[in-house]
Design a protein around this ligand. Structure first.
Ligand SMILES: *Cc1c(COP(=O)(O)O)cnc(C)c1O
Length: 394
């Protein structure tokens, strides 16, 4: 039985929400080691090596800082280190997580300006470029976009956003949330000219919740020298100074760092490109199942379809939450809820993290049985469609 279960359920629970994802046994075993002195020489050496290695996952040569916090903390860190009270930040509301980041920015005393979307696509470069071109006085301090919008299953092509900012000749910083994209969808901090990357531990990185990250460009670091929002815990400066010796200004989440060390090794052993290809393939297989069922995928732009998760719309008059409750009760599988305006309208299938073909087939099998039991109109055979794709595309 797992820790929170109230009744004995044979077999393994399927945790198919789009984060937290399943934690591989190797990562769990790594955590299960004695906590060490975080100011001792052994720790400094180990953490120093880990912080170097971690840069590879972000595809950056620059520092990555690690906070004992959920992803929300790293959102705040990205803003308080680069912005000043009243600064205008341009944000694209791609879904619920972009919405939450905007609210956070407002509470910090920034002036968020929103480009709205229908929550069925990633951020598009056109409207962004147009808005930046109109900002002749360069009042906009930062552009904030979500790379993998976990509420909708849409990806924003970050390289296109970078090109839009450059085409407008605008000096704004580019802040990117890839909390669910890191370690699951292709991501390149340096190559794409991202200034601050925000990430978290419990999604593509295959760790339990509890760590979050900022990767920091030279330009962002420079901005942090004059930024005037109050900051203390999130301040990059003492963190970077201590990190240079492999240490932290306050107590790090020691055992989660053991886990991170193991998870980064696993990603690098598989190879990042192979990791992305695996997720891409699972995304394609999941969408083939959904299309076969005759259900609608929330993401309406093929180029923005996500390798991380698939959000599925239910026909009018059917409750996504009832379907999820039934699947949990009957098949011991957790699926993601619809968030914000998508509550009860969509359910989300996570296919990220430590995940293989047979886990996907089992996941889709649970969904298909659930659709039948809940009386949701669909064409049976979606699992077969996914299997045919998986078998034919090694
Ligand atoms: C999960 C998630 C968050 C929130 O992270 P927490 O760890 O819950 O604080 C923010 N943005 C995206 C895109 C996410 O997937």
């Amino acid at each position: 039985m797992s820790y929170f279960e109230t009744r004995r359920r044979p077999g393994r629970h399927f945790l198919q929400i789009p984060g937290p994802s399943n934690t591989p046994d190797r990562v769990l075993r790594a955590m299960d080691n004695p906590t060490m002195d975080h100011r001792g020489p052994d720790f400094g050496q180990r953490a120093g090596r880990l912080l170097e290695k971690l840069r590879l996952v972000f595809r950056t040569r620059r520092p990555v800082v690690v906070y004992p916090a959920s992803g929300t903390g790293a959102w705040e860190a990205a803003l308080v280190n680069t912005c000043s009270p009243g600064d205008r930040v341009l944000m694209v509301e791609t879904g619920w997580f972009a919405h939450l980041w905007r609210e956070l920015a407002g509470r910090l005393g920034l002036e968020p300006e929103i480009i709205a979307t229908d929550w069925r696509r990633g951020a598009e470069p056109g409207p962004l470029e147009e808005r930046l071109r109109a900002d002749k006085g360069h009042a906009i301090k930062a552009v904030c976009v979500v790379h993998s919008e976990t509420s909708t299953g849409c990806i924003t092509p970050i390289a296109e956003i970078r090109r839009a900012i450059d085409a407008a000749g605008h000096p704004a910083l580019l802040l990117v949330d890839t909390i669910s994209g890191l370690g699951s969808a292709d991501y390149r901090h340096d190559e794409w000219g991202v200034d601050v990357t925000v990430a978290g531990s419990q999604k593509g990185l295959m760790l339990p919740p509890g760590l979050s990250f900022n990767a920091i460009s030279e330009k962002a670091l420079k901005a942090s020298e004059t930024a005037r929002l109050p900051r203390s815990y999130w301040d990059w400066r003492p963190m970077l100074a201590a990190n240079a010796q492999g240490f932290f200004p306050s107590t790090p989440a020691t055992n989660l760092l053991y886990a991170l060390d193991a998870a980064v090794d696993m990603l690098l052993e598989e190879g990042l490109d192979a990791v992305f290809a695996r997720h891409h393939r699972h995304g394609e297989a999941a969408r083939r199942a959904v299309r076969h069922w005759g259900l609608e995928i929330q993401c309406a732009v093929p180029a923005h379809e996500s390798p991380v998760l698939t959000a599925v719309r239910l026909p009018e008059g059917h409750s996504a939450d009832s379907l999820r409750a039934l699947i949990l009760d009957r098949f011991n599988m957790s699926l993601g809820a619809g968030l914000g305006r998508l509550a009860d309208r969509v359910f989300r299938i996570g296919h990220l993290g430590d995940f293989g073909d047979l886990q996907l087939v089992g996941t889709l099998g649970g969904v298909e049985m659930g659709l039948a039991l809940a009386g949701v109109p669909h064409r049976p055979g979606g699992v077969q469609a996914a299997m045919a794709y998986l078998a034919g595309n090694a």
